[in-house]
Design a protein around this ligand. Structure first.
Ligand SMILES: [Zn+2]
Length: 182
């Protein structure tokens, strides 16, 4: 595979406790950075991951932050744990990164899951993953005020094949979102 770093002339890193993700990151040309306390589980150091991401962005263009906990809770059928891990991710990872990026414009942030792991099935399903983008340049992609599968479905935006999402995110983003979705 052609590394993202080569394709887009960017530098970058991946933060994940999961070897599979770290390996894909290395193939993509990213440095696989370790965060002490990153466990791949619900007790992971969410804040530590976000702080490390901000540190990386000081001298690099791109960072991929992966949190495995909501998927693990899905496999366990643990609804309470899944809600808690998503809340922790929202507050401590997304919140910390967005706070830290203020004053460092321009930037673009995308939040998404790699796949759904419904509590009712305890395994991965092939449904589309919702994604949301915040851009300091105003070319945001959002539909309503909340972020969920239902809200995403209503947007009518579907990126196929899925790998094109990253191509668009790093490349010509405006083409995908269309004026009406900004
Ligand atoms: Zn899984």
């Amino acid at each position: 595979m052609k590394p993202l770093t080569e394709k887009y002339g960017i530098s970058g890193a991946i933060i994940s406790a999961v070897d599979l993700l770290r390996g894909i990151g290395v193939y993509a040309g990213l440095e696989a950075v370790r965060v002490p306390g990153a466990t791949g589980y619900i007790d992971t150091d969410y804040l530590g991951k976000a702080r490390k991401a901000l540190e990386i962005l000081k001298d690099r263009d791109f960072v991929f932050v992966h949190v495995e906990a909501p998927d693990e809770m899905g496999h366990e059928g643990n609804a309470e744990g899944k809600i808690r891990s998503i809340e922790e991710f929202d507050e401590k990872v997304v919140g910390t990164v967005l706070d830290g990026l203020r004053g460092t414009e321009p930037f673009r942030v995308m939040v998404l899951s790699d796949h759904p792991t419904p509590i009712s099935l305890k395994t991965h399903v092939n449904d589309p993953s919702p994604f949301v983008v915040l851009s300091s340049e105003g070319d945001n992609l959002r539909n309503g005020k909340s972020f969920s599968e239902k809200v995403a479905q209503k947007s009518g935006i579907l990126v196929l094949p899925g790998f094109m999402l990253m191509e668009h995110f790093l490349g010509d983003w405006r083409g995908v979102i269309g004026k009406e979705n900004r």
